[in-house]
Design a binder for this molecule. Sequence first.
Ligand code: GLC
Ligand code: CA
Length: 558
Amino acid sequence: MKLADIKREWWKEAIVYQIYPRSFQDSNGDGIGDLRGIINRLDYIASLGVQVVWLNPIYSSPNDDNGYDISDYRNIMAEFGTMEDFEELLAGFHARGIKVVMDLVVNHTSDEHEWFKQSRSSRDNPYRDYYHWWPAEKGTPPRRWSYFDEEANAWRYDEQTDAYYLHYFARKQPDLNWENPKLRAEIYDMMHYWFKNGIDGFRMDVITFISKHEDWPDFGDENQGSKMIDRYAEGPRLHEYLHEMNREVLQHYDIMTVAEGPGTHTHNVLDLVDEDRQELNMNYHFDHNNIGVGERFIMNDDFQNLVKFKQVMSEWDEALSQKGWNTVYFGNHDFPRMVTRWGNDAPPWREASSKLLTTYLLSMRGTPYYYMGDELGMNNIKFDNIEDYRDLMTINWYHLTKAEGGDLDKFMASHKICARDNARTPVQWDSTAHGGFTTGTPWIKVNPNFTNINAAVQEDDANSPLNFFRRMASLRSDNLTLIYGAYELLLAEDENLYVFSRSLDDEKLLVVLNFSCDEQNLHVGNVKDVLINNYSDLMLSEGYLTLQGWQALILKLA
Ligand code: GLC
Ligand code: CA
């Protein structure tokens, strides 16, 4: 790989740091994180060495799904603050050289959005066709699966007009009808509004679902449950809409776009991100996070299968090696804490394994998306009681499982590891009450381990996960081989080691990661330099390396 052949872009060179505002920092004691809380932490965020921040939705919302149910796209959620707070926050990031990406949630709105209120009011309302309606006289609509519905049914009967509306997510999240050109124009207009306000991009929520199969086929028994996701992602007009969005809006600004891409796989991702098609810049997939996780997040033995993980990640790198651009992430607000999911969160290994995962994310080819709190090595809270959960997904699935007479112990055990709320417990800032997140009662419990896992204690410890993150972030940002270098997987079948090289022009780096608690040996040959090591010592003699449990190294080869 030659640097001269590469089209450099700021969004390829950036590290993206994701903030879930509800759980980041509360500033007024109501127990809910807010914009002023983020403003108070701007210097901390800048100290990490990241170039882009992605904010989960901060728009007006009744919070059925924590802001993914938007009632007004042009206003700030009352609990989070005001438009003035937002402007101050944006200016504060920009003053520190950090770009801001917002969430774009346009597959659905809240049922409290004015459009839906109008739409459901009568069959001949001008907003009727902003949503998908199935008149009851046509009989029962074809089966559609819903992620969050209490009965897993994506059609909800509405008495007022004797018709069903479509909702892939919760009942309070009706799906928008992209067939309607008026709706599309309103969305593009809203996007211009935010770009003119100065934001630097959008992360597009379930954007692969916006086009529906308007002939409403029955997807058959083989496509029920979460298998329907792939069907939802192949709506016939998806690429037509995204190309239109690009022409109408995106191409007019120096911004970045990333699809949240359920249903994207290596065989279809280029349809979204091949630059010649003029749709989106990047996409993130679910293939690695789906390893070992079945229906309703019930885990199986493959959960930490490293060989499968390496295969998935390497295939994705390959798929985007000539065109488009990859993304890499472990955690976000929809997945468990990375150290619990992919590392080992037991006390002897938690720090080493979270540093290893940080090393991995920041040494792969593709833009890294790094989730708040992972830089502290925060782990899953693992609730014992269903009453502790706040996420409608877990709560509704629990009740469904119960109603079916399913195995609730198994459900609870799996959700200790897989539930989304594990990532949504508040950031642990210091050892004061509630980890310094709030002076009031937090909206969701703080992990009680905040007394020893928190930013304040790590600030003063040169070897903390936090300071390791900073070192690794600056290493990546300063090293074009780590950003653009070709990726090659070695030892594909090894069950404990993930070893790969990155090469650009004359430089060759070897990333060596021991994904196990046991010592591992490896021949690496002539080492010129050690760029990073998550341990203070290194056992290397005559080209032979002995790695300690969860040791991570980046070596420069001669
Ligand atoms: C995306 C979001 C998730 C949300 C869902 C519905 O998957 O990341 O948090 O619940 O879309 O908007
Ligand atoms: Ca607050």
